[in-house]
Design a protein around this ligand. Structure first.
Ligand SMILES: C[S@@+](CC[C@H](N)C(=O)[O-])C[C@H]1O[C@@H](n2cnc3c(N)ncnc32)[C@H](O)[C@@H]1O
Ligand SMILES: Nc1nc2[nH]cc(C(=O)O)c2c(=O)[nH]1
Ligand code: SF4
Ligand SMILES: [Mg+2]
Length: 228
């Protein structure tokens, strides 16, 4: 008997595609352009960055290996149009690109939260990328991959999370230098607990910036409880 004939059930390529997942949950989108929509979140495990203010450190390690078929089926079970793929850093797992395409093929309106440190050029163009640019107080500004800006589509968004006046001035310069507001929607959001949201709002008004101020809605609603 040949060794191949002793193998158990054959696996299709789709079944073989697995991703490490921290959680899948059904909530209200708390960030970016899709804010307020009922959304299923798929949080991929692992991140090569360490932003000092990261609110999702629990996604750095652990998680469960899940097949893409299984993930797509669990997402569908919630009956939501919107799906947000986040992490950790979702693009750190190469097969995330397959998941994104499968979710689009299943008819979902898909967004991707990404740090801006990994190449976004291969992301399915149907996906709305929400790409951070990391400001200096994150401790990870050196990781910004500026070439990503050239891959942004009009439906994408650039987000800068701001912890101080110095971060704000950096963000204002980055928007001007790279003409970001002409390319897509630009979001400025305060680091939760670091600056008064009102200060950031007033700076934006004073400087007449064409950026969208944003607070994380889920933190107002659920105060950072897991699963929301
Ligand atoms: C947890 S990250 C996961 C996706 C990806 N790693 C990234 O950084 O975009 C999702 C979003 O939450 C934001 N975020 C994380 N911690 C935050 C905090 N303390 N206050 C405000 N936004 C925060 C990030 O900047 C990012 O826009
Ligand atoms: N409700 C809710 N909305 C979110 N939008 C982006 C999130 C994230 O952690 O990436 C997030 C999250 O964790 N919860
Ligand atoms: S890139 Fe995203 S997940 Fe990673 S440390 Fe920064 S905010 Fe957290
Ligand atoms: Mg979050």
């Amino acid at each position: 008997m040949s060794s191949s004939s002793t193998s158990v059930a054959p696996t299709t390529p789709a079944q073989a595609e697995r991703l490490r997942i921290t959680e899948i949950f059904h909530s209200i989108q708390g960030e970016a352009d899709a804010i307020g929509w009922r959304t299923v979140f798929v949080r991929l495990t692992g991140c090569p960055l360490r932003c000092v203010w990261c609110d999702t450190e629990y996604s750095f390690y652990g998680g469960n290996w899940r097949s893409i078929d299984d993930i797509v089926a669990e997402v569908a079970s919630h009956g939501a149009r919107h799906v947000c793929v986040t992490g950790g850093e979702p693009l750190a797992q190469k097969r995330c690109l397959i998941l994104l395409t499968r979710l689009c093929d299943a008819g979902h309106d898909v967004s991707l939260e990404t740090s801006g440190a990994l190449d976004v050029s291969m992301v399915d163009p149907r996906v709305r990328k929400v790409m951070d640019l990391k400001a200096p107080d994150s401790g990870e500004a050196k990781r910004n991959l500026w070439s990503n800006i050239g891959h942004l589509l009009p439906h994408d968004q650039v987000k800068i999370v701001i912890a101080s006046r110095a971060d704000y001035e950096w963000a204002r310069e980055a928007v001007a230098e790279h003409k970001l507001a002409e390319r897509c929607m630009v979001l400025f959001s305060p680091v939760h607990g670091a600056i008064q949201p009102r200060e950031l709002a007033e700076w934006i008004i004073e400087d007449k910036l064409d950026v969208r101020f944003q607070l994380q809605l889920h933190k107002l609603l659920w105060n950072d409880e897991p699963g929301h």
